[in-house]
Design a protein around this ligand. Structure first.
Ligand code: ADP
Ligand code: MG
Length: 248
């Protein structure tokens, strides 16, 4: 099967530190892949490189066969790759609906359109997603009144506005209560099943990874340490050592 996202040899340095060191990673159409690793292992930096939020120092990054390594992030979004951020990026002073509408404009047409009025199709898509993400009653509430989990759901909605084929989610469950974690899991499963959207998930919640992912990639100190099914990964001695066994 040919990959939707295919990256090879991705490297990103900060001074003397290789935050991401020669990493290969691929996601097939419709696949759900987990990306795990101890704190500081390079997960967010790799996401930044894959989504062109930061430029990799070297490496080949292809999305749907297109070389995107030197594209701008909104270009990549337009091609069909969306992402969410470890630090939630919703606009607190705007309503849930306004947050979704704004992200659509950004992905599709850039700043000019973003500053003009929202069209009917965008509004419809935002309304559908708000219902789908269980946020209907909160549609017109300011985003800064939402709980952590509700904000995560709103952020997933923002990522979905542009009808992506792949979403990169950075710690979608951190700071979220257990009930809403289940809602997020359920909604992501539905996004994947109904719209065929592939997902690449950075997660600390091992159960979440085990239940959602077909395949898991493990980073440690910027390098790929292991790759396999959740079962393989959880019983891999190198992975256990990276998490628990080393003086850090
Ligand atoms: P993770 O998401 O796995 O916790 P990060 O990608 O955030 O890891 O960080 C990987 C490494 O790169 C860490 O050592 C971190 O301190 C370092 N790092 C991340 N961003 C920067 C930056 N902008 N400047 C310098 N060092 C950074
Ligand atoms: Mg991170």
């Amino acid at each position: 099967m040919s990959a939707l996202l295919e990256a090879a040899g991705v490297t990103k340095r900060f001074g003397g530190l290789a935050a991401v060191d020669n990493v290969d990673i691929a996601v097939a159409p419709g696949e759900i892949v987990g990306l795990i690793g101890p704190n500081g292992s390079g997960k967010t930096t790799l996401f930044d490189c894959l989504s062109c939020v930061q430029r990799a120092d070297s490496g080949d990054i292809r999305f749907d066969g297109v070389d995107i390594a030197h594209r701008a992030p909104h270009d990549v979004a337009r091609l069909g790759m969306s992402r969410t951020f470890q630090i939630i990026r919703v606009y607190g002073a705007l309503t849930v609906r306004e947050n979704l509408e704004l992200s659509a404009s950004w992905a599709h047409v850039g700043l000019r359109r973003m500053l003009s009025r929202t069209d009917a199709a965008t509004r419809r898509r935002a309304d559908q997603l708000i219902e789908f993400l269980l946020l209907g009653p909160l549609r017109d509430d300011r985003a800064d009144t939402l709980s952590g989990g509700q904000r995560r759901l709103a952020e997933i909605g923002m990522a979905l506005m542009s009808k992506p084929r792949l979403i990169l989610l950075d710690e979608a469950t951190s700071g979220v209560n257990p009930t809403l974690i289940n809602d997020i899991k359920d909604r992501l499963t539905a996004v994947n099943a109904d719209e065929g959207v592939a997902l690449l998930l950075v997660e600390h919640n091992v159960q979440f990874i085990a239940e959602l992912c077909e395949r898991v990639v493990v980073l440690d100190q910027g390098r790929k340490l292991a790759e396999g099914t959740p079962g393989d990964i959880m019983s891999n001695p190198d992975v256990i050592e990276a998490y628990f066994g080393r003086d850090r």
